[in-house]
Design a binder for this molecule. Structure first.
Ligand code: TXA
Ligand code: MG
Length: 342
């Protein structure tokens, strides 16, 4: 299959993208978080092809992307009033809500679950495609299973060229980590995956929010996280990763004491000069967590093209977007985390 890349967003390309979706095809879609591998969420054959193209286990459910909050009622039942309050506050945006599914959403899409994840992405081109197709678009992140999520059309092409019909190039993703996932079918609501919307913002609207264990620690063998995808090793570069937490000066010193010519270092820009003999990628300034989120996947992807044999990563504290960045780094490291002491 030849994968077409649409680089100009025009009425015509939107119509062609919508036709791909309506015809059961596979389309790379830009969103503000990461690129998605999209298909008609209501078409079981199309959804089956998503799993095949990505090499994704069939029990790992997909989230569906809708055009606006009023679509929730088309695909979900027993919707709590809090879902509409969250949509009002944060949609379109990096928030996925888990709600009870209506039967119209196939079990193939939900990985056999009676719930479905729903999100309204904040990207005008993708919203236009969803509206024109008039169906929800099921889309996991557009990477091959186990690889870092793609934040540009080019990254998506690297993983998906020849496997899907087309990619809509909507530019680099402005958020850079995936959406925050909140389960509204339990009380109090439960954070299943930290992402582009900080936990603190959810708490402002919902009050109490619990945090699923899988967010900050490795699941024991046989233990089942509530977001099935959280059990898989993710975002893993080929070289082993060690995450170094703690005060940035202390973590930089810790890495400096261990780094050599074949070490990859992910560090805050302020410390890059300490590692000129290593292969360095920066996360941006230590204080700029939005920048860390935008860069983290790109940094992780970078090292696969190099000869590094180990990677050390500095890591922001766990407040605000730091929780999502830390979670992605920890998963890339298989939860190999050390705390540097000042
Ligand atoms: O930002 C995003 O959410 C991106 C863009 C493309 O929208 N999508 C994305 O999808 O990250 P994916 O499939 O890579 O991650 C969705 C996660 C998976 O870990 C999956 O297991 C979980 O959501 N999930 C989906 N439906 C669920 C459900 N009904 N209950 C619990 N977890 C669910
Ligand atoms: Mg993913």
């Amino acid at each position: 299959m030849q994968t077409e890349i649409f680089t100009h967003i025009t009425e015509e390309t939107i119509a062609r993208c919508a036709a791909i979706i309506r015809n059961g095809g596979l389309l790379g879609i830009p969103t503000e978080t990461v690129y998605g591998l999209g298909a008609d969420a209501l078409n079981e054959d199309a959804v089956r092809r998503i799993f095949e193209a990505k090499g994704r286990p069939q029990d790992n459910p997909l989230i569906i992307h809708v055009a606006e909050a009023s679509w929730i009622a088309r695909y979900c039942e027993n919707v709590p009033e809090s879902a509409y309050r969250l949509a009002e506050a944060f949609w379109p945006g990096p928030l996925t809500m888990i709600l009870p599914r209506k039967k119209i959403v196939p079990l193939r899409t939900t990985g056999g679950l009676e719930t479905v994840g729903v999100r309204c992405p904040n990207h005008p081109a993708t919203l236009a495609v969803i509206r024109a197709a008039d169906v929800p678009i099921a889309a996991p992140s557009g990477n091959l299973s186990g690889r870092p999520s793609p934040t540009t059309a080019e990254h998506m092409r690297e993983d998906m060229d020849g496997r899907i019909d087309a990619i809509l190039d909507g530019g680099a993703c402005s958020v850079g980590v995936e959406s925050t996932i909140i389960d509204l079918t339990v009380s109090p609501p439960c954070l299943l995956r930290p992402g582009g919307l900080p936990l603190e913002s959810l708490r402002q609207v919902l009050g109490e929010v619990q945090v699923d264990k899988a967010v900050l620690q490795k699941m024991a063998d046989g233990e089942r996280p509530r977001a099935p995808g959280m059990k898989y090793r993710h975002y893993a570069p080929k070289a082993p990763v060690t995450v170094v937490t703690g005060d940035p000066h202390a973590s930089a010193a810790y890495i400096r004491a261990r780094a050599g010519a074949h070490t990859g270092v992910i560090c805050f820009s302020e410390f890059a000069e300490m590692f000129t003999d290593c292969t360095v990628k920066t996360l941006g300034s230590a204080l700029d967590k939005s920048e860390h989120a935008r860069r983290v996947f790109d940094d992780l992807r970078f090292f696969d093209g190099t000869d590094v044999t180990e990677i050390f990563a500095q890591c922001p504290d766990a407040t605000g977007l730091g929780l999502a960045v830390r979670n992605r780094l920890q998963k890339a490291a298989g939860f190999c985390v050390v705390e540097a002491k000042a």
